[in-house]
Design a protein around this ligand. Structure first.
Ligand code: KG4
Ligand code: ZN
Length: 352
């Protein structure tokens, strides 16, 4: 039985978790910074780093406590390894988690395992649910920072096959929420509003790029929503100004949310179909914050392939997914040295 402590600080959540044997989540503690960043309608890197410094040790201790382990060094002596998401992410944020994980691993003489956050998002389908998706599988990570497709031959053999050329889909949700004057993060708010609107009310664009392309583009869709709300700008006019914004009644707000969401989902489902055909996939695996989206989860049935989505607590950023994935590395004897680096890019970025 392997007990792994996971640490996550790649963006704006400080998280720690205890996972047993790669799938049994004993604790999943997340200190969200959403309230700190909300007034800026997005993550401010300096604020994120400071909050991680304040939160990291209390969050680790809370994860030990919730897993019925003693606090501090006595608790660490009961774990078999310490995992940390050391890439990709905001460098200042990553550094806090990596430094904490290295220090705890050194002090407790336990192996350190650095994992890729995107890899962990894919693995999150196995948490609390020890299923083994048929491989090869198409993987999709859709979140605030990533929208990318992967060919997954097994959990250690993964290749990037497509990615966004501009905005991530979660970023588009957050920006559209900002345009509409809603809160941050925008995804869950728009998801809720969309349920009350008509998905075919407004014909927002679906950008599919070239015929075989597995890449994504969401910035045109975001601009289409902006123009829908503010009007198409005349020369020299600031399209984002409050003056150009027209009043939107509640019913139209629902329709904009539903039509925007329908455009996102249409593109994602079409790209998943394309990718599945191109690699002869036997299943589809989805992770990342947008995989919590109710509309997207329902639309996956159209793929007519077995689909695997994470349980809701593991869609958005968490440390359980890193602790779970680290179990595979630990079993294959692949551990990191104490000079593990924080790296802004994903390990899959270069392999495309
Ligand atoms: O995975 P995550 O926590 O962080 C990154 O790695 O980026 O994803 C956060 C993103 C945000 O953009 C948020 O708006 C989006 O996931 N999100 C959603 C939903 N819940 C979170 N987007 C659409 N529908 C949701 N229900
Ligand atoms: Zn993430």
């Amino acid at each position: 039985m392997a007990v792994i402590l996971g640490i996550e600080t790649t963006c704006d959540e400080t998280a720690a978790s205890i996972v047993v044997d790669g799938t049994v989540v004993r604790s999943n503690v997340i200190a969200s910074q959403a309230a700190l960043h909300a007034r800026y309608r997005g993550v401010v890197p300096e604020i994120a780093s400071r909050a991680h410094i304040e939160n990291i040790l209390p969050v680790v201790d809370e994860a030990l406590k919730q897993a019925d382990l003693p606090s501090g060094k006595a608790g660490l002596s009961k774990v078999d390894a310490i995992a940390v998401a050391h890439r990709p992410g905001l460098i200042g944020s990553l550094l806090i988690g990596v430094t904490a994980a290295k220090t705890l691993a050194w002090a407790s003489n336990k192996p350190l395992i650095g994992v890729d956050h995107v890899h962990a998002h894919l693995y999150s389908v196995k948490l609390d649910n020890n299923v083994e998706p048929p491989m090869p599988a198409v993987g999709l990570v859709c979140s605030g920072g990533h929208t990318a497709l992967y060919a997954i031959n097994n959990w250690l053999d993964i290749r990037l096959i497509g990615s966004t050329i501009d905005d991530a889909v979660g970023e588009a949700y957050d920006k559209v929420a900002a345009i509409l004057g809603l809160g941050y993060p925008g995804g869950p708010i728009i998801d809720k509003l969309a349920a009350a609107g008509r998905p075919d009310a407004i014909g927002f664009p679906r950008t599919l790029l070239s015929r075989d392309s597995l890449d994504f583009s969401f910035s045109g869709l975001k601009t289409a929503v902006l123009y829908h709300v503010h009007g198409v700008p005349r020369r020299g006019q600031d399209v984002k100004s409050e003056e150009s914004k027209r009043t939107i009644e509640q019913a139209e707000l629902y329709d904009i949310a539903a039509s925007f969401q329908a455009a996102c989902i249409d593109v994602i489902i079409k790209k998943l179909r394309r990718a599945a055909d191109q690699i002869n996939a036997r299943s589809v695996i989805i992770g990342g914050g947008v995989s919590a989206n109710r509309g997207l989860r329902a639309a996956l049935a159209n793929l007519r392939l077995p689909t695997f989505v994470p349980a809701l607590p593991y869609c958005t950023d968490n440390a359980a997914m890193s602790a779970g994935l680290a179990d595979i590395f630990l079993r294959s004897g692949s551990v990191s040295s104490l000079d593990l680096d924080a790296i802004p890019q994903s390990r899959f970025a270069e392999t495309k």
